[in-house]
Design a binder for this molecule. Sequence first.
Ligand code: UDP
Ligand code: MN
Length: 302
Amino acid sequence: MRLTAPRLVLLVVLLMETSYLLMTLKKMQILEEECSYLQENAEFGISKGEKRRGEPTIYVVTPTYKRMTQIADMTRLSQTLMHVSNMHWIVVEDAETTSEVVHELIERTGLPYTHLAAAKPPDTKESKWMGRGVFNRREALRWLREEKAEGILYFADDDNSYDVRIFEQMRATQKVSVWPVGMILGLGISSPIVRNGKIEAFHDGFQWGRKFSVDMAGFAVNLRLLHINPDATIPTRVSYLEDGFLKKLRIDLKDLEPLADGCTQVLVWHTKTRSPATPDLKHVEAQYVDTNLYQLYRNMLR
Ligand code: UDP
Ligand code: MN
C-alpha cells in the first residue's frame, strides 16, 4: 500500500488519538487508586501516615519505658498519630533491646516508623538530678542526623494528650515553633507570652535561669537547625532538658513562631496516667486457673 499524503495525515491523527487514549486511561487508573485509598481510610476516619505530596514530614520522637501504664499510654498516642499525614514515628525504648509488645503495637498502626532502644546508663538510675527520657531522645537525634532527615522534629512523650490540629500547625515551622501546654505543674499551664505576634517571655511556674521555659510537648524544630548545630543534644539535668536543647540550636526569642492561634489555645496537655495496682497471677483464685484469666494475666504482664 502506497503512503499517499492523505493516508499519512490519517495515520498521524490515528497515532495521536491512540496515545491520547492511553494517557487518559493511565490518568483514570491513578484517580481510581486515589479514590479507593481515600474511601478505605474515610471508613475509619484515619490517615495512617498518608503521604501528601510536597508536605514536610513530621518526625515524632517518643521516648518510652516499661511500666504497667505503658501500653495504655502508647495505644492512645499511636491512635492519635494515625490521624496525622506525612508523619514518621520514632519510638525509642529506654531499654537494652526493643520489646515485642511495643513492636506489635507500632506495627498495628500501619504508620511509617523507626523502632530503637537506648537504655540510660545504670549509674544514673538513682540520681535525682537526672532528667527522664534523655538517652533515648539522644538516640533519636543520632538517627535523624545519620539519616539526614528533613522536615520537622517533635518530641511527643507517651503519656501526654495531643489535639491533632497541633501537628498540622507545626508542619510549617521555619526554625522553632512554640505553643501553650496545659496541665503543667505550678500554674496549671505553661505558655509563651506573645505581644504583636512576637514572643517576649514565658508564663511558666518554673523559670530558674531558663531562657526557654517551655515543656517538651510545647515546641517543634525544623530539622535543618539540628543539622547545622551538630553539638545540639538533650542535656541530662532534670528540668533543663528543653532549655538546654533549644539554647544549643542557637536561636533567639525573636526566632520563635507562636502557634495555637497566637498561643491562645491549649492543644497539648501534660497528662499523667496514675499507676494502678500491679496485676499478679496469685490473685487468680484456684478454681479459675483453667479460665480466660490465666491468659489475660499473661498478656498483661508480657
Ligand atoms: N521515660 C523514659 N525512661 C524513664 C522515664 C521516662 O523513657 O526512665 C519517658 C516516658 O515514657 C515519657 C518521657 O520519658 O515519654 C517523660 O517521662 P514522664 O512522662 O514520666 O515524665 P514527666 O515529664 O511527665 O514528669
Ligand atoms: Mn509525662
